[in-house]
Design a protein around this ligand. Structure first.
Ligand SMILES: C[S@@+](CC[C@H](N)C(=O)[O-])C[C@H]1O[C@@H](n2cnc3c(N)ncnc32)[C@H](O)[C@@H]1O
Length: 256
């Protein structure tokens, strides 16, 4: 009979995530809530189900990595990008590389793409959206949204960049073509580099302090000098000075 730590280790190998790098309380709650709703009594059976039932496996990965997102989430950060950060970066460089790490359904990198287009710089910017979850990446590539995903987007931008049909919002191809989506595990895969802006928000909530420290150092190394890292509102980087960042404005850190 498997016990819980053994199960966690094996299931981590199956999914390709080291579950010990996630804070255990929330993770354990998620794992057990699914176990309960599927009426599974023991961990051997749970592992068996995950190995043999692709639908349940998918649901499990999704549950572990909840992917809530929306366009212009925390609009004041996008305002800061539009008014200060992106114009400053565009002034000093001929091309910009931007990475939305843990991009979920694509609303975050597409929000940046819309701003860049509004600034008239679409052909000078490369945007990457990465996520561990293949299913959300497929949604991101589709670019079809509900009203709720767009509630922070100014109506004129919604009308300009979406085709609306039967309460579904289809993102225009020009914006879609500005973002490349890639499958990437922040805790395991090698990082891309030479970015001018990295956005990683609402992803590290389940990571341990140790995993976060490693992650933020890697982000620092992946930034060009003068580049910015934007994190979630409730996720300040406590040791940002030690890493080498300066704090620029709420949730923005700059590599000098
Ligand atoms: C709550 S969403 C955040 C989406 C977007 N950044 C935002 O703030 O609106 C968190 C995303 O992080 C992804 N994620 C979780 N662990 C990850 C990991 N180790 N590597 C890459 N992505 C991960 C999840 O799949 C999920 O889509």
């Amino acid at each position: 009979m498997l016990d819980y730590p053994e199960f966690k280790k094996l299931v981590g190998q199956l999914v390709g995530i080291d579950l010990n790098e996630y804070k255990s309380q929330q993770m354990d709650r998620r794992i057990h809530s699914l176990m309960q709703s599927w009426e599974i009594q023991d961990y051997d059976r749970y592992l068996e189900v995950l190995k043999t039932d692709p639908q349940k496996y998918k649901e499990f990965v999704k549950k572990l990595t909840i992917n809530v997102s929306e366009f212009f989430r925390n609009p004041e950060r996008f305002e800061e990008l539009r008014r200060h950060i992106l114009p400053e970066l565009l002034k000093g460089r001929s091309k910009l590389r931007i990475w939305s790490a843990g991009c979920s359904n694509g609303a975050e990198p597409y929000s940046v793409a819309i701003i860049v287009r509004e600034l008239g710089a679409a052909d000078r910017v490369e945007i990457f959206g990465t996520d561990i979850d293949q299913a959300v990446l497929a949604k991101a590539r589709e670019g079809v949204y509900e009203f709720n995903d767009l509630k922070n987007l100014p109506p004129e931008l919604t009308l300009k960049y979406f085709k609306i049909e039967k309460n579904r919002f289809y993102l225009n191809e020009d914006i879609k073509s500005m973002v490349d989506f890639l499958n990437h595990n922040l805790l395991k895969d090698p990082f891309l580099s030479k970015f001018d802006l990295i956005i990683c928000r609402n992803v590290v909530i389940y990571f341990t302090e140790e995993a976060k420290k490693v992650l933020y150092r890697k982000f620092y190394d992946s930034l060009n000098p003068g580049g910015y890292l934007l994190v979630g509102g409730t996720e300040p980087i406590l040791n940002y000075r030690q890493i080498g960042f300066i704090s620029y404005s709420a949730s923005f850190y700059k590599r000098p």
